[in-house]
Design a protein around this ligand. Structure first.
Ligand SMILES: Cc1cc2nc3c(=O)[nH]c(=O)nc-3n(C[C@H](O)[C@H](O)[C@H](O)COP(=O)(O)OP(=O)(O)OC[C@H]3O[C@@H](n4cnc5c(N)ncnc54)[C@H](O)[C@@H]3O)c2cc1C
Length: 413
């Protein structure tokens, strides 16, 4: 059994197959496995989410129904039990997100996991790149140290090659042309969970630089609204609500127009409450002082308002209230793919059986981010990779068992 790709999806498939008694050889192009997994660790290491299954599955958008079943085979509860078995205790944060306890570093989890895989007899070959297919069942590989190419004919293969962002971790999407050449439809990659670009003035870039806006809401034209914290940067916007809205922004930009995100700077006040505060006498106070006193809106809010509506200081309370709760931020583009936390696009599900095996190559199964699904941050990405890794391991076992059954039958005759 060969697994290509040592990210969370490939490692999980390796564990499950080795536990079922299969000999597993894993090949990874980089010098170490789990590089993107460790990068995820630097950003808070949000392993999963404690949401109830159907809400959790809805995070996968068009693939919600598929993930509903995938999650029942390896759920967030299973993920916590798996981590606990490796000696990594987890906790559920106030937002429902699941994290390892602070005393466990991401590298501790990976180390314990690799220890378990070794104990199960998984053979991990780093610095080995998969180059493509050889005939109907074979794989072409190259040892990066020796430069030597060789072929293998495994009973089954799991490809878990990742998406196409953070190329330095190995997730470079270089596999896409190989699969396309084999006739497999790969939906073009696009950045997901990434920042958005706004063409700020030079003055704004210099004055604001990088500044957080806490407790805001962000809305799309279609009305999807998310609460959270926004980070203004010299190139545009970052932050969880922006990341989660990237599918909407991408769809709007595809029409060739800038996409507008509507910023609500006071989402906890009703329009009437906000207006009542803004109707208080301003006297000779500047807009900045007035907003600070009446609404506790500090820098960089006045600069931001002026950037979007230069005449903001002279607006009547009604218009100012409307602007504070729906400030149009014109997004010109999403940030480059390589910076994105995850990748939209990948191998189309139409190319796969329910067990995630390629129709065109029986015996080749796919898992993880290389498949055409996307989800917001919040633990849904890693859980999706763990769940698809587990799913293909089960599917591989079933496929092999079905192929062996007739042979055994014949032998018995
Ligand atoms: C900054 C950042 C923060 C993140 N934070 C979180 C988070 O908190 N929570 C969360 O759920 N998710 C997070 N993620 C996303 C998560 O890390 C990924 O979704 C996950 O790692 C994808 O797993 P995977 O196994 O599908 O692919 P990967 O982890 O990308 O692994 C694929 C592996 O395949 C190898 N490979 C590729 N091509 C070949 C080849 N031809 N031959 C051999 N090997 C090959 C690569 O080198 C790589 O090691 C974060 C990502 C980033 C970038």
């Amino acid at each position: 059994m060969v697994i290509i790709g040592g990210g969370p999806a490939g490692l999980m498939a390796a564990q499950r197959l080795a536990e079922a008694g299969h000999r597993v050889q894993l090949f990874e192009a980089q010098a170490t496995v789990g590089r993107k997994f460790l990068v995820a660790g630097h950003g808070g290491f949000n392993l999963s989410n404690a949401e109830e299954t159907s809400r959790f599955a809805s995070r996968y958008g068009a693939e919600a129904a598929r993930f509903q079943s995938l999650l029942t085979h390896f759920s967030p509860t299973d993920l916590r039990a798996w981590a606990a078995e490796l000696g990594i205790a987890t906790f559920v944060g106030t937002s429902g997100r699941i994290f390892p306890e602070a005393r466990h570093k991401p590298a501790d989890l990976l180390r314990a996991w690799l220890g378990r895989l070794r104990a199960l007899g998984v053979e991990i070959n780093v610095r080995h790149r998969w180059l493509g297919f050889a005939g109907d069942h074979g794989l072409r590989l190259r040892g990066e140290a020796s430069g030597q190419e060789f072929t293998l004919e495994p009973a089954a293969t799991v490809l878990a090659l990742g998406g196409a962002s953070w190329a330095k971790t190995g997730s470079d999407g270089a596999w896409a042309p190989i699969l396309r050449e084999a006739g497999v439809a790969v939906i073009p990659f696009a950045p997901a969970n990434c920042g958005a670009e706004v063409c700020w003035s030079a003055f704004f870039q210099e004055k604001v630089g990088r500044a957080p806006l806490k407790n805001i809401a962000l809305r799309t034209d279609a009305g999807t609204t998310l609460r959270g914290e926004l980070m203004l940067t010299d190139y545009g916007l970052e932050g969880t609500p922006v990341y989660a809205l990237t599918p909407h922004v991408r769809a709007a930009l595809a029409t060739g127009q800038p996409a507008t995100l509507w910023l609500n700077l006071k989402p906890d006040l009703t329009p009437a409450e906000l207006l009542a505060r803004l109707r208080q006498p301003r006297g000779k106070a500047s807009l900045a002082d007035f907003l600070k006193k009446t609404l506790r809106l500090n820098a960089p809010v006045p600069t931001l308002l002026r950037e979007i509506r230069p005449e903001v200081a002279t607006l009547p309370p009604e218009e100012l209230a409307a602007l504070l709760q729906a400030l149009p931020l014109p997004v010109a583009a999403l940030r480059p793919l390589d910076e994105a936390i995850s990748t939209a696009g990948g191998v189309a599900f139409a190319e796969l059986t329910e067990g995630l095996m390629l129709h065109r190559r029986p015996g080749t199964f796919l898992a993880g981010e290389m498949l055409d699904w996307e989800a917001p941050t919040g633990g849904y990405l890693l859980q999706g990779c763990f769940s698809t890794g587990t799913w293909v391991a089960n599917a591989v076992r079933q496929w092999l068992a079905e192929r062996q059954a007739p042979l055994l039958g014949k032998e018995g005759m």
